[in-house]
Design a protein. Structure first.
Length: 115
């Protein structure tokens, strides 16, 4: 009976060890899976961060270019307004009318005022 008890206890011990090994393997597998998922998540977050930083830099360049263009167009607009004011000034128009078209101020009787 002692031999039977010894064999039985070895069988139980072997079964417990096999169960622990299976548990250890399953636990290791879960741990490695969790580490892999976390690593992939971390890599994803890092890639997203880098992509967002690149987008910020690109938008900064576009904004800078747009700001320079706006400044240049505003300066050109000011210059064109000055040129327009010069071109439509009454003194200039009168001088052009006298020189190019030979116009003279009207004499009395030439102007008819309509009611």
């Amino acid at each position: 009976m002692a031999a039977g008890v010894g064999a039985q206890s070895r069988k139980v011990a072997h079964t417990k060890r096999a169960g622990r090994q299976r548990f250890d393997r399953a636990g290791r597998h879960r741990f490695m899976l969790a580490v892999g998922v976390l690593a992939l998540g971390f890599v994803g977050v890092v890639l997203m961060h880098v992509w967002l930083r690149l987008q910020v830099v690109q938008v900064g360049y576009v904004l800078s270019t747009t700001s320079k263009l706006q400044s240049r167009l505003e300066q050109e607009n000011r210059e064109l307004k000055v040129e327009l004011a010069t071109l439509i000034s009454p003194e200039r128009l009168e001088a052009l009318a006298r020189k190019r078209l030979g116009m003279v101020p009207p004499e009395k009787g030439q102007v008819i005022v309509l009611p």
